[in-house]
Design a protein around this ligand. Structure first.
Ligand code: XIL
Length: 368
């Protein structure tokens, strides 16, 4: 007969069996064990689809506003402020006990027509007013702000590779420092992030932005402009050349400047991968795993955020539909029916390979 003691021992053994441990592991729990925060961008789709919201609640430790805090969403016209969708995400994050990242306060892209029609002096006034009103509204509630998004866009042909747009036209490159200083004066606790695209790929474009971004960080630090983190979007591109060991060396150099590094919009554009879904999912997982294993090993990398969680709601899907494409992208760790994909496993495995340097404070699901 099996004794009560043997039964209990058996139950204890099964509670820690590797299979079960893997099953219960989530992206957030695997990340937290090695001192990383895992999050995902979120928008109205999650509020309209309860199972999708449940996925955020289970798999993430942080929500990031996808579109709700962008200028054109908050200010559809000069006289209208539309805080509803952003407020809803803030309330949801608080109720769910998640950290929250604001994306993005100042960006020269996607400026509404009404803003572009103003005089340069008026644009400057709107800039200050926007930062003051929005930052004050969410002060104390955000983990970090993407204060400036994509400062460089060489295709705009501006000297220095700066991205053109109303803020740049009105203030020149000085708009960047001005934004960071203003945010810090209104919300001294929020982490101030400079977010940039393309650096992860090894095209001429990607390689040309890296030194510009590093020089900007150095200039800001020399001038005493408050800056806590650099966000590297990391929308990986299957169709572009890549050299992840070199990219990881760049990330280490940036980190050595004393800033945190956030992998801020992770997903995989799979357009150059095979048509068959299973093959494509395998290729996406391989690429994601290779990238994340190298990058997550860098101690200054503190956060990994995917851009949405399910292929069904990826921005690439919207782009594919608009372009009339029949093949829908599969760029994220969960599929169209919210099923976990090979990419999720690859991400968890990459997190597990991160060397844990000394004792890592277990990260609790923080409440404000
Ligand atoms: C995307 C949104 O997810 C889409 O819904 C929107 O239509 C276009 O913008 N880099 C960024 C994000 O910094 O703001 C973009 O988000 C994706 C690329």
């Amino acid at each position: 007969m099996i004794s009560r003691r043997q039964l209990l021992a058996g139950a204890a053994a099964s509670a820690v069996s590797p299979a079960l441990a893997v099953e219960q592991e989530t992206l957030a729990s695997a990340a937290a064990k090695v001192g990383l925060i895992f999050g995902a961008s979120i928008d109205a789709a999650a509020f309209a689809h309860p199972a999708y919201l449940a996925l955020y609640q289970r798999e993430t430790q942080m929500y990031v506003t996808d579109v709700a805090m962008k200028f054109d969403w908050l200010r559809p016209t000069q006289d209208t402020w539309n805080f509803g969708p952003a407020d809803e995400i803030v309330a949801r994050a608080q109720a769910d006990g998640k950290l929250l990242r604001g994306h993005t306060l100042i960006w020269n892209d996607n400026a509404p027509a009404w803003l572009k029609s103003l005089s340069l002096r008026e644009i400057e006034r709107v800039f200050d007013e926007h930062i003051e009103r929005v930052v004050a509204r969410y002060a104390g509630r955000l983990h970090s702000w993407d204060v400036v998004n994509e400062p460089f866009w060489p295709m705009d042909n501006k000297p220095g590779g700066w991205r053109d747009g109303p803020w740049f036209a009105a203030m020149g490159a000085g708009y960047v420092d001005r934004a960071f200083r203003r945010v810090a004066s209104i919300d001294p606790r929020v982490k101030l992030t400079l977010n940039e695209a393309q650096c992860d790929n090894d095209s001429d474009w990607g390689r040309s932005i890296r030194p510009k971004l590093r020089a900007l960080v150095e200039r800001m630090q020399d001038k005493g402009t408050p800056l806590h983190a650099v966000g590297l979007q990391s929308h990986l591109q299957s169709q572009m050349p890549r050299n992840y060991p070199q990219f990881a060396a760049y990330v280490s150099q940036l980190g050595a400047r004393g800033v945190e590094i956030y992998i801020s919009e992770f997903d995989v554009n799979d357009m150059a991968f095979p048509a068959a879904a299973a093959d494509r999912d395998a290729a996406v997982a391989l690429l994601a795993g290779d990238f994340l294993t190298r990058v997550a090993a860098i101690p200054e990398v503190k956060l990994v955020v995917t851009w949405q969680l399910s292929d069904l709601y990826s921005w690439y899907r919207d782009l594919a539909i608009k372009a009339g494409m029949s093949r829908m992208p599969r760029p994220l760790p969960f599929g169209n029916t919210l099923q976990p994909k090979a990419m999720r496993t690859a991400m968890i495995e990459a997190f597990r390979k991160r060397p844990v340097l000394g004792y890592v404070e277990p990260q609790t699901m923080k409440r404000y």
